[in-house]
Design a protein. Structure first.
Length: 326
């Protein structure tokens, strides 16, 4: 056996510059900084980028994984090859997150209890014990009463204090679940009081109707008041559904102006319902995917977060930048 040659010691502790050739001029250009060699592959940071590969992959203090999606269970089961929610549920099982967030329209079409039991429960029901849901507009269509089937199925998990909105903590994060079917002054006051009492560094909020969307439903101004409250509290992340596509936005304020102090909005309505088209691309929209079913794998740690969109084939369809908490 030929001995493996010992690597030569580096003459400098400074990271090496990586040069690429400009295809138009043929001139080598400094494109970034080589940060590490892993398995023969170069990990490098584009010049000026804070979200370098090692930053994303290295173990972080207080790290935990969450899966999120909205618009989930059509009235079908795994016996039908065209049924999607069992396929997105299979990815949740594979990821095995700390807990699950659902952004409404958990069960179609009228969210009756019998439909929850017959469809949602056969797939996403496997994670019911660690799911923190919110209701969508379809949960209000139940003939037995607004949110009747939703409340009966999820029980105290969805109504921990007798209300359809609530909050909880995990690690260095404060999570707020809102009911965008009734964003009245009572719920908005509760949100402001809840945020004022929060002692965690980072804040994420989720509900069904997005303030910003490039999809068929478009922007939903009903949630502007809670966006303002979250912006004032320096929240980091907003998760929504309603439009059946995937979309991520740059940080912005409640008026839709780019603002590094604002939350990042992630619209993830691709949990299993029929996809919608992109209608009008909104300012600050950085990525949009339709006809791509999957779940969002959220990577949280004590000081920030990132996420990956995982398709039903198990492959990553999009990855966010790495964000730091305000």
């Amino acid at each position: 056996m030929t001995p493996t040659p010992r690597a030569a010691k580096s003459r400098s502790t400074r990271p090496a510059r990586l040069f690429l050739t400009n295809p138009r001029t043929g001139i080598p250009t400094a494109a970034g900084v080589v940060l590490a060699l892993v398995g023969g592959a170069v990990l490098w940071s584009p010049a000026g980028r804070a979200d370098a590969a090692p930053e994303r992959t290295a173990a972080k203090a207080g790290a935990f994984t969450v899966v999120a999606a909205g618009d989930i269970a059509e009235r079908c089961t795994a016996s039908s090859s065209s049924c999607v929610h069992p396929k997105t549920a299979a990815q949740v099982k594979k990821i095995d997150p700390e807990f699950v967030l659902t952004m409404g329209d958990n069960q179609y079409d009228d969210a009756r209890l019998k439909d929850f039991k017959k469809y949602y429960d056969t797939s996403w029901g496997a994670f019911k014990a660690k799911t923190h849901p919110v209701a969508g507009n379809h949960e209000t269509y139940d003939p037995d009463g607004k949110l009747a089937g939703y409340k009966s199925y999820f029980g105290s998990v969805a109504y921990p204090k007798g209300k359809s909105y609530y909050s909880f903590d995990h690690g260095n994060w404060h999570f707020v679940a809102l009911d965008s079917n009734s964003l009245d002054s009572t719920q908005t006051k509760w949100l402001k009081d809840d945020l004022a009492a929060n002692s965690k560094k980072c804040v994420a909020a989720y509900w069904h109707h997005p303030l910003f969307s490039s999809g068929e439903h478009g922007n939903q101004p009903v949630s502007r008041s809670v966006w303002k409250a979250l912006y004032d509290a320096k929240a980091e992340l907003v998760l929504n559904g309603h439009d059946h596509h995937y979309e991520r936005f740059a940080p912005q304020n409640p008026d839709g102006k780019a603002d590094p102090k604002g939350p990042v909005e992630l619209l993830a309505g691709m949990g299993g319902a029929n996809p919608y088209k992109i209608e009008e691309v909104q300012p600050n929209s950085e990525k949009r995917l339709t006809k791509t079913f999957g779940v969002v794998k959220l990577n949280f740690h004590d000081d920030g977060f990132s996420w990956d969109l995982v398709g039903t084939d198990g492959k990553t369809k999009d990855s966010s930048p790495s964000y730091q908490c305000h």
